[in-house]
Ligand binder design. Structure first.
Ligand code: AP5
Length: 213
């Protein structure tokens, strides 16, 4: 299965991707997580990406496309992958479509998670994540067992630096302008699945898996 997961910031892409990638036994590849790892390791890519991410803007296509194409060429992607947060612009979608076609590895599905704006703001403002393992929680809806600490490794949870009110506004408007047009792109390709992602985690997971059958 080669799947793309679309949706606005805070729609639940990362949260749902974990369960779906386990269900299909394929790697979960999040461009946001990969950039954050590079930032914490102080790599050249991380330094280039950081300023864009802190402003809520997109990292330039030229950096992202080569990075993802390299990642999906690794042996663990032989049976497929789940992309979370990529593609995010029409040039990224076109380049990746051509890349897959050239390898005779067509994308199977593009799943778009639909969530109303007021719920997005609530989800993002309540999000906390583990800086060590990347696990994502929510102080309202998806609490850790011990307040403020990761269930897996006990690390103190943090709020993402791009989850400020101002940056979230920019990320939402960038999503509308740059990423929403991908819904039409994948509809035209005949692989779009739209899923109502407002609802309990397990219920949304079930809807996604049903849509992928
Ligand atoms: P990225 O990390 O991809 O951020 P995003 O798309 O803004 O998405 P989020 O991670 O904010 O949200 P999510 O949908 O994963 O929601 P989550 O599961 O955490 O990208 C960050 C930045 O990197 C970008 O701004 C850009 O600069 C750069 N970048 C990345 N990819 C790029 C690309 N391709 N091109 C250019 N630049 C790129 O859920 C949110 C919260 O809600 C959590 O607390 C969760 O517990 C809770 N929650 C989730 N689902 C539910 C539910 N059903 N019920 C209740 N609570 C829920």
């Amino acid at each position: 299965m080669r799947i793309v997961l679309l949706g606005p910031p805070g729609a639940g892409k990362g949260t749902q991707a974990k369960g779906i990638s386990e269900y299909y036994n394929i790697p979960h590849i999040s461009t946001g997580d990969l950039f954050r790892e590079n930032i914490s390791q102080g790599t050249k890519l991380g330094r280039e990406a950081q300023a864009y991410m802190d402003r809520g803007e997109l990292v330039p296509d030229s950096l992202v496309i080569a990075f993802v194409e390299d990642r999906v060429s690794k042996p663990d992607c032989k049976n497929g992958f789940l992309l979370d947060g990529f593609p995010r612009t029409i040039p990224q979608a076109e380049a990746f479509w051509t890349f897959c076609a050239d390898r005779d590895e067509q994308l199977n599905d593009a799943v778009c998670l639909n969530v109303p704006d007021d719920l997005i703001i609530k989800r993002i403002s309540g999000r906390r994540s583990c800086p060590k393992c990347g696990a994502v929680y929510n102080i309202y809806t998806n609490k850790p067992k011990v307040e403020g600490h990761c269930d897996y490794d006990g690390t103190a949870l943090v709020q993402r630096s791009d989850d400020t009110e101002e940056t979230v506004k920019t990320r939402l408007s960038v999503y509308e302008k740059e990423t929403e047009p991908l819904i039409g792109f994948y509809k035209d390709k005949g692989i779009l699945k739209e899923v109502d992602a407002a609802g309990p985690l397990e219920e949304v997971q079930r809807r996604i898996i049903d849509a992928l059958k």
